[in-house]
Design a protein around this ligand. Sequence first.
Ligand code: SF4
Length: 297
Amino acid sequence: MKHPYKTREGGATVTIFVPYDCKNHCPFCINKGEYADLTGFSAEKICQSIRTMDAITPYCDFVFTGGEPFANLESLQMMLDTIPTTHKVYINTTLPVSEHQSEDDIVAFTERNKDKITCINISRHMQRYVVESNDALLSRLAVPFRINCVLFKDYPSEGLVPYLERFLKVPGASIQFRFDYTATTPENLYDQEGDRILQDLKKIAPYTGLDGCRMRCGFHFDYKGMELTYHKTLPYSTIVETDPKDGVTYDILYDILIKQNGDIHSDWTGVLMDVDAYRKVVFEPYDLHWIEGSARA
Ligand code: SF4
């Protein structure tokens, strides 16, 4: 049954899948299959969908992901230029350097776009699956950056401290460890006792607090002055709930996706969004709040 949409104040986050691939083959990649055939991929259609989403929610966050957003700086620039500065913009990347794209090219791109990019989220895994650019490049970026690292079931616990020490040497770095979201359920989202990653982190860094909402949560730590978060999120982004005040059952949207061909989806699970219905979306206060502790001073 179709329900009217509800989302948080400001609007659901809009994740944009760039219309070109990375050159890596990470064994855990869940997006690679979508890039096997580029037929119908279109930066222009993506830009049209960005304009549609901007018109409905002019203050929502945008996230570029892929594929590899930095694999085609010209196309990324065109899409970035379509987003007015009312929005926060995040870019998920491995920060690829090649014979066609130097460190200086990437630094110059961030300088040109420092008023448009809120933060660059750089994937650095404990086991190296991709050719990584030099860590020294990170501190040269003209915009804030964060290191993202997914910890899978069999990750080596003894690798955590060396990993943290590596980025402690990089001025401006903060780290976000991420639970494998395909294994997250409503039951284990907030589980602390049975969560191996959480217990491992509590042994090596002072725990400072927990924030979260229905959909995701973040356990916060301070590692020798470096901000460290452990993030968990559900594998879908729609919650069906009946509002006790009006008795109406809503699809509550947390994430909206713009796919490589410009299609707009209301969930990660392949559901096309009814754009006209979203124009009438009902807003609720964002339920993300501090559950234990508080933000770092
Ligand atoms: S770099 Fe990212 S998109 Fe490319 S294969 Fe690895 S996980 Fe997938």
